[in-house]
Design a protein around this ligand. Structure first.
Ligand code: FE2
Length: 383
C-alpha cells in the first residue's frame, strides 16, 4: 500500500455536525452519511452473525443519528454514534467496496458483473461447452454460467437426445419454471405438404412469453432432431439492439422505455396478459429488460394519441435492428446441442425450412436469479 493510501486519522473529517463523515480510502476521499453507516453496521446487534440478515428496522434508528467520533483501529474505521452510544467497526475494504460517493455508478450493471453486448462479428466470442464437462467439472460449469451472465447466451453440446433432458440441464444451475406449457414443451415440426405454411415458417426474433408477469428469465432449447434444410437458429442481443437504437434515435429509445406495451396470450383455459415496456429501464436509467414479440403484442392502449405515430416509428426502427444481418448470430443446432438465452435480453428465432425430415426441439424455462446464485457460489469456491 502506498504511503498516501494508508488510512490516517487526520484524513477523517466529520461533516454537518456529524451527519456525515469524510475519509480517505485507497487514496480517494469518500463521504458517508451517519444514517447510511448506522443502517449498514456490521455488528452482531445489527446483523445476524449466522445469516447476515439485518436485525433492526429503520424506525429503530434515531432520526437525528449522527457520528460522534470516528478513527482508524487496526485497518477498520471505528465509528461511534450519538445519541445511541453505539460504536461499531467498518472494515476499510468493505467501505471502499460499498462507497457510494462516486460517479459513475458503483456497480457494473444490474448483474453486478460486466455485461458484454455483441453483434454478428462477435460470434466467435460466444461460448459453447460440453454437457459432460459442465456436469462433471465445476470449473467448466462456472465458465458456462459466466458466459450466460456476460452474453445472455451460451451453447452446450453432448446433451442426451432423450425427452426431458433439457430439464436436467436447467437442474445444473437452478429450477425449471413450470408453466401452462408444462415442465418442458416440444417445438416439433414435420415437413408436410398439407401443413407447410403452418409448421415451417420462419419466426421473427423474439423474447418468449412477454405476456407472463414475470416473464421467464431464461429459456433453454435442446435439439433432439434436425434433418431439414434450413431451420437454422438465430439469436440477437437485445441490449445491443437497444444500444444502437439509443445512438441512432434517442427519442425513439425513450418512447419505447417510457410507455408500457401490452402482451397477451389466450388459449383453452389460459388468459395471460402483461403490461410492460418493450425496453425496461431500472430507476437509475439502466436497461434491465427487453420484451419483443410480434406474435403476442396486444393492442397498445397506453400511449397518448400525440405520441403513437412516433412510438410506432421507434418500434419499427427497433424491428429493423432486430432483423439487421450485422446483429444476428446464426447457427444450426444438431441433435444433442442446446442453447440457453437470457430471455429478458437475447431474442431468438428460427429460419424457415424445407425438404424432407423433421425438426424437433424441446424447451424449458428457468429464472435468472437461480443461475446467478449458483454462479456466485461457484465463484466463491476455491479452484
Ligand atoms: Fe420462442
Amino acid at each position: 500500500m502506498a504511503d498516501d493510501a494508508r488510512p490516517r486519522d487526520q484524513d477523517i473529517r466529520l461533516l454537518d455536525a456529524g451527519a456525515a463523515l469524510e475519509v480517505r480510502l485507497d487514496g480517494v476521499t469518500r463521504r458517508f452519511h451517519a444514517i447510511w453507516l448506522r443502517d449498514n453496521a456490521q455488528d452482531a446487534t445489527t446483523r445476524s452473525p449466522s445469516n447476515r440478515q439485518r436485525l433492526i428496522t429503520l424506525t429503530e434508528i434515531p432520526a437525528d443519528i449522527r457520528i460522534a467520533d470516528a478513527r482508524w483501529r487496526d485497518g477498520a474505521l471505528a465509528v461511534s454514534f450519538a445519541p445511541e452510544g453505539l460504536s461499531v467497526l467498518f472494515d476499510a475494504d468493505w467501505l471502499a467496496t460499498h462507497a457510494y460517493d462516486r460517479a459513475p455508478p458503483p456497480t457494473p450493471g444490474w448483474t453486478g458483473h460486466e455485461v458484454v453486448r455483441w453483434a454478428a462479428a462477435d460470434a466467435g466470442d460466444l461460448v459453447s461447452e460440453d454437457y459432460a464437462e459442465v456436469r462433471g467439472s465445476l470449473a467448466a460449469r462456472r465458465r458456462w454460467l459466466a458466459a450466460v451472465r456476460r452474453h445472455g447466451f451460451a451453447r452446450l453440446s453432448g446433451v442426451p437426445t432423450t425427452s426431458g433432458a433439457v430439464c436436467e440441464v436447467a437442474g445444473l444451475f437452478g429450477h425449471v419454471r413450470e408453466t401452462n406449457y408444462g415442465r418442458w414443451f416440444d417445438v416439433r415440426a414435420q415437413v408436410d405438404a398439407a401443413n407447410l405454411a403452418y409448421t415451417n415458417l420462419g419466426l421473427q426474433a423474439h423474447t418468449d412469453n412477454p405476456y407472463r408477469d414475470p416473464a421467464p428469465g431464461l429459456q433453454l432449447l435442446a435439439c433432439l432432431a434436425n434433418s431439414v434444410d434450413g431451420g437454422e437458429s438465430l439469436v440477437v442481443d437485445g441490449f445491443k439492439v437497444a444500444e444502437r437504437l439509443q445512438a441512432q434515435d434517442p427519442e425513439g429509445f425513450a418512447l419505447l422505455a417510457r410507455h408500457p406495451a401490452r402482451f397477451e396470450y389466450a388459449a383453452s383455459g389460459v388468459r395471460l396478459a402483461a403490461k410492460r415496456p418493450i425496453l425496461e429501464l431500472g430507476s437509475d436509467g439502466e436497461l434491465i429488460a427487453v420484451r419483443f414479440n410480434n406474435r403476442s403484442a396486444a393492442p397498445f392502449t397506453d400511449i397518448p394519441y400525440a405520441e403513437m405515430a412516433a412510438y410506432y416509428a421507434a418500434y419499427r426502427r427497433m424491428a429493423e435492428l432486430v432483423e439487421a444481418p450485422e446483429l444476428g448470430v446464426r447457427f444450426r443446432l444438431a441433435p444433442g446441442e442446446l442453447f440457453i438465452v437470457d430471455n429478458l435480453r437475447v431474442l431468438h428465432a428460427r429460419t424457415a425450412f424445407t425438404g424432407e425430415g423433421a425438426r424437433w426441439l424441446q424447451g424449458c424455462y428457468a429464472d435468472r436469479d437461480g443461475l446467478f446464485s449458483t454462479l456466485a457460489v461457484l465463484e466463491e469456491t476455491p479452484r
